[in-house]
Design a protein around this ligand. Structure first.
Ligand code: ADP
Ligand code: MG
Length: 691
């Protein structure tokens, strides 16, 4: 092989070739360097092998070791096959590999071989098809495997873990020497971190478990570090720009509060205080306002918006969907009825004169407050003096879009509202560049929501109960999850449920149907009908997840509840119990595993969004609750936000410190970091010097 460099395309690695290269590309591996950081997901211990006689024949993953007895090969079959039998003294298994002529040189009678993979039975013989394999001893009994550990790589399609392992092993000895240090010795020593090159090698081929743990810790640190640098840079860049200071006064405060038909709760007061202090500054505020559904975030946001207007500036409130934007708009118009504040709505569906009017008003400053969707980010939208942006349900937008809205030449203060309570751990990572305010108390006079889990097989008992509620004048949501991979099929699923209910158990009642694929106008119509009570029950896909507010809707039935995240179910449940009367939420599920059961039980037991979010994080891990990717941040491959919390904090502190000293990563000894940073974020996060 020609000499490899880190940026050598994998195709030129010996034994790869164009087909493998394409398969590797599908896994995100394009260069030798990518390959080096394509780490095993776990290691199987060789001593975890089991006696062959204990195999049942249906194991999805088992490891055995034995002596290679017979080897045979049919090179000329349509699918050339290489096979061997392994005997460990308790029994034998057959191992088969297709299209694997190279094994001829590796697997010979007399070797001791460990194999792991899926077990099946063919003609009454136990077999492994394409198992991962490792030679443990040669025919003379010499131990060939320095390591006790068999790497298991995330496989993809035809590219099995075993193949990846082989490719990596080939490259590792040559490429490891090319890995350059990120930090100096003293830095690493102080933090108890292993050198980068050694860590990368040990991630693939550790001496033992301890070495692997140390390597993993180092690589997790690096990931956290780069991520926190990105977060820190976004932050530094944002807050270093000038913003309009928005002054408050007792008179302004009195006038704003007079707009609400209720006094604020102590929690709202506290958060308003935090926001007001922020907005008085000459640099943009960056604050996350989290509070459970119904805790009164919108009211707080409106307070901030009106403070901007009172200072002669504009404010924008941005919602993730048109329905929610429209709902905010209506609510705000009601609060502001009779005032001189000009409030307009701007959504994607708008056309013609209406839209032109709004755009003109924004550009000349005559529109004080605009509520809208991401249409607000459009090219044509110009503001005269935008001083505040409030984004509702941030996690639908992501960090990078935030950069976009700021990049337009103004530096508004920035508030983010989220009703999905964010565990502390994640708040720091994902919203690490934001200050956090929490509204931890609901306004008084709310009914209670009782939650019950039932088995889907008992749905028959639910319909009469639901009927009685509807007869009594209440309204209900019937939520169907997205059960199909294609939007088209999802629509059919919701449609079918609707048809069946309308023809069967809910024949007597006025049902409506709403789902994500409906045109906005049709959705609006259905929502309006439901709100006005013309519809008694709403069969809905997950569009009602956030923000809908219908006080008479006090019953919710969630089908296939096990398919939802806990935080999502909690959000859904927040759609009911918004009035003074009590509400009932029924979670119908076919829980197949104990974790699913436990998760749903958490909802039965608690109405506290934060507790639920922490619990969800604990039970499921962060990946599903909050993929970092949907926040516009790079995905973490090694670090685990829960387990590596302390490491994350360390990396965060270090990243911030480094950027304080060298914000543009110009110092000669930071060049490797600069390179790694750019590799991770690419052009999406320009360095400070380039902003
Ligand atoms: P969130 O946006 O957090 O879900 P909202 O701001 O929409 O909550 O408020 C939910 C409901 O509670 C609204 O109907 C609102 O009018 C009402 N509300 C908000 N704050 C108070 C309060 N301090 N006292 C009484 N009702 C309130
Ligand atoms: Mg809200």
């Amino acid at each position: 092989m020609a000499e490899v460099q880190l940026d050598t395309p994998v195709q030129y690695v010996k034994g790869v070739g164009p087909v493998r290269a394409q398969q590797l590309a599908a896994l995100g591996v394009a260069t030798v360097e990518d390959l080096l950081t394509y780490f095993p997901r776990r290691f199987d211990l060789r001593r975890q092998t089991q006696p062959i006689q204990t195999l049942r024949g249906d194991e999805s993953n088992a490891t055995v070791a034995g002596t290679v007895e017979a080897v045979s090969e049919n090179r000329f079959a349509q699918r050339p096959i290489f096979q061997c039998t392994l005997d460990d003294g308790t029994g034998f298994v057959l191992c088969k590999w297709f299209h694997a002529p190279y094994l001829r040189d590796a697997i010979k009678p007399g070797l001791v071989l460990a194999v792991s993979g899926k077990v099946s039975v063919y003609k009454e013989t136990l077999q492994f098809i394409h198992p991962m394999h490792q030679v443990l001893y040669d025919a003379d009994g010499k131990d060939l495997s320095k390591d006790e550990l068999l790497p298991v790589y995330p496989a993809g399609g035809k590219l099995t873990s075993g193949i990846i392992a082989r490719i990596v092993q080939k490259v590792l000895p040559q490429a490891a020497g090319l890995i350059r240090p990120w930090f100096d010795e003293a830095y690493l020593e102080k933090r108890g971190l292993m050198g980068r090159a050694r860590a990368v090698v040990a991630m693939h081929r550790p001496e033992d478990k301890d070495e692997w743990s140390a390597a993993r810790r180092r690589c997790a640190y690096d990931e956290c570090f780069l991520m926190q640098m990105g977060v820190a840079m976004a932050r530094v860049r944002a807050v270093s720009r000038p913003a309009y200071p928005l002054a408050n006064s007792p008179e302004i405060d009195r006038r704003i509060r007079a707009r609400f038909p209720f006094p604020m709760t102590p929690a709202q007061d506290r958060v308003v205080g935090e926001i007001v202090a922020d907005l008085a500054g000459e640099h943009p505020a960056n604050r996350l306002i989290q509070g459970d559904v119904g805790s009164g975030k919108t009211v707080v946001a409106l307070y901030a918006a009106l403070l901007a207007v009172a200072n002669g500036k504009q404010a924008a409130i941005m919602a993730p969907t048109e329905i929610l934007a429209a709902q905010h708009y209506e609510k705000i118009r009601a609060y502001l009825a009779g005032s001189r504040v000009r409030t307009e709505l701007l959504v994607g569906g708008q056309t013609g004169g209406d839209r032109r009017d709004v755009l003109e008003g924004l550009a000349d400053g005559s529109v004080n407050l605009v509520v809208g969707t991401h249409a607000l980010l459009g090219e044509a939208v110009r503001f005269a003096n935008l001083a505040l942006v409030v984004v509702d349900e941030q996690h639908k937008f992501g960090v990078l879009q935030r950069t976009t809205i700021r990049g337009k030449g103004f530096a508004p203060h920035y508030l983010v509202m989220t009703a999905t309570p964010i565990p502390r751990t994640l708040a720091m990572t994902v919203f690490g560049d934001l200050d956090v305010s929490t509204i931890d108390e609901l306004p008084p006079g709310r009914g209670k929501t009782l939650t019950r889990c039932i088995d889907m097989s008992r749905l028959e008992e639910v319909w009469p109960f639901l009927g009685r509620k509807l007869d009594a004048g209440q309204q209900a949501y019937l939520i169907y999850p997205l059960v199909n991979p294609s939007p088209q099929l999802n629509l059919m699923a919701a449609q079918q449920a609707y048809d069946e209910l309308q023809a069967g158990p809910l024949k007597k009642y006025r049902l409506g149907l709403i789902h994500g694929q409906m045109p906005a106008a049709a959705k609006d119509q259905v929502m309006a009908d439901f709100r006005a009570g013309r519809l008694q029950a709403l069969v809905a896909s997950v569009v009602v997840e956030v923000g809908l507010d219908v006080a008479a809707a006090n019953v919710m039935l969630v089908m296939h509840a096990e398919r939802f995240g806990l935080a999502q179910l909690h959000q859904l449940r927040g759609r009911i119990g918004r009035g003074a009367s009590d509400a009932v939420c029924i979670l119908a599920a076919t829980p197949r595993n104990p974790v699913a059961q436990k998760r749903l039980a958490v909802l039965e037991a608690s109405n506290d969004g934060f507790q639920i979010a922490e619990e969800d994080l604990r039970l499921r891990g962060p990946g599903e609750l909050f993929g970092t990717r949907q926040h516009g941040l790079p995905e973490l491959k090694v670090a685990d936000l829960v387990e590596d919390y302390e490491l994350l904090r360390l990396a965060r502190r270090d990243a911030w410190e480094l950027l304080r000293d060298d914000p543009d990563l110009c110092a000669p000894h930071h060049q490797q970091l600069r390179r790694e940073f750019l590799k991770m974020y690419g052009a999406s996060m320009p360095l400070l010097g380039g902003a």
